[in-house]
Design a protein around this ligand. Structure first.
Ligand code: GCU
Length: 341
């Protein structure tokens, strides 16, 4: 895949998409088209928000800059793509926080269960420069990567080909796909299942082949990836509120003049707001689709999984720096609680 991509400048990256779903997510008639890699389908809110970003960017820069979103892992799975963005072969990508942790452990405190209490809490942390400012800039000197911001993954839950799942004993011996991450491996063990790390785009086929008995994700991914067709037992484990980062190659951004760089940042901020609006609507719509499709949604006793999940959060706080960041994140939740009181 990498060889293919490195050959692309000669072809023009645009030509790459023409075979498939030609214009989806594209901005037409712009001078410079940024390539954005996404592992989701075109019905996912990330696709819509990034397509909106491309259109708005073209407008704001009077056609000097735009973007095209390559959906369905067509440029590669996240673990490879993050490297392609770092190398400048791809301009931007949505990368799950688990993969970013594989580049820098400084991101880990934000990946732990218990870090974010809710989507609102996560959004408040993402806009708190004192917590994320240095962190988000830290990959620039080492990897040429800039974190533009985040798209929430909402609450993640476990789903299986059998059920109902009431507690860890019901997951014993079941092979459950997790993201390629130590935290997720440990988390799945704590939940009682056998963790099987795998790229997102391979899960459907692995479920179908019986290599997996289940996976864990949010309602929107469960529905857009059609995992419910094979694993129709959805257990509200609420094990954590996940986060996707939108990352860009810094050298590519710096090709823009100053005014266009400002337009780029402002347009991204608008796309992030658009994403939140879409996310909330799509989570509700997905839940409805699940019910319509006959998915069995089970809400186990919070005590069944809760203490084991919390324990994983504590185990992975290894250094004083990590603890400091984790505490700063908790403090945001506390101050939100006080405001609402
Ligand atoms: C979510 C998330 C993706 C991630 C996926 C996964 O869908 O938005 O970025 O890749 O989970 O479980 O791998």
């Amino acid at each position: 895949r990498r060889d293919l991509l490195l050959g692309l400048p000669a072809l023009g990256l645009g030509a790459f998409a023409l075979g498939g779903c030609a214009q989806a997510g594209a901005t037409t008639d712009v001078e410079n088209v940024l390539s954005i890699s996404l592992n989701q389908t075109e019905s996912h809110p990330s696709f819509s928000a990034l397509s909106f970003f491309g259109e708005q960017l073209a407008e704001a820069t009077e056609g000097r800059w735009g973007a095209r979103v390559y959906a369905n892992e067509s440029l590669g799975a996240q673990q490879e793509v993050v490297q392609l963005v770092s190398d400048g072969a791809v301009d931007m990508a949505v990368i799950s926080s688990t993969q970013v942790e594989n580049l820098s452990m400084d991101f880990r405190p934000l990946n732990l269960p218990g870090a974010f209490e809710s989507i609102d809490h996560q959004l408040a942390v993402l806009s708190d420069e004192s917590i994320v400012g240095e962190l988000f800039a830290s990959l620039e000197p080492t990897h040429r990567l800039r974190v533009l911001g985040g798209f929430t993954q909402g609450s993640r839950h476990v789903y299986t080909d059998r059920g109902p799942i009431e507690g860890p004993e019901d997951l014993a011996g079941l092979k459950i796909r997790v993201q390629e991450s130590d935290v997720f491996m440990a988390l799945m063990r704590a939940l009682g299942g056998s963790p099987t790390p795998m790229a997102y785009g391979e899960v459907y086929t692995a479920l179908q082949a019986g290599v997996l008995n289940g996976a864990e994700n949010n309602e929107v991914s469960y529905v857009t990836q059609r995992h419910y067709e094979i694993a129709p037992y959805f257990t509200l484990t609420n094990h954590l509120v996940g986060l996707d980062y939108v990352m860009a190659n810094v050298d590519r951004i710096e090709e823009m003049d100053e005014a266009d760089q400002q337009a780029y940042a402002d347009t991204f901020a608008a796309a992030q707001e658009e994403f939140v609006r879409l996310w909330i609507a799509e989570t509700d719509a997905s839940t409805q689709q699940m019910l319509d499709a006959g998915v069995e949604i089970n809400e186990p006793d919070p005590e069944a999984f809760g203490p084991a999940i919390e324990e994983v959060g504590r185990t992975f706080l290894e250094s004083a720096e990590d603890e400091g960041m984790y505490r700063a994140v908790q403090a945001v939740a506390e101050s939100m609680g006080e405001e609402n009181a």
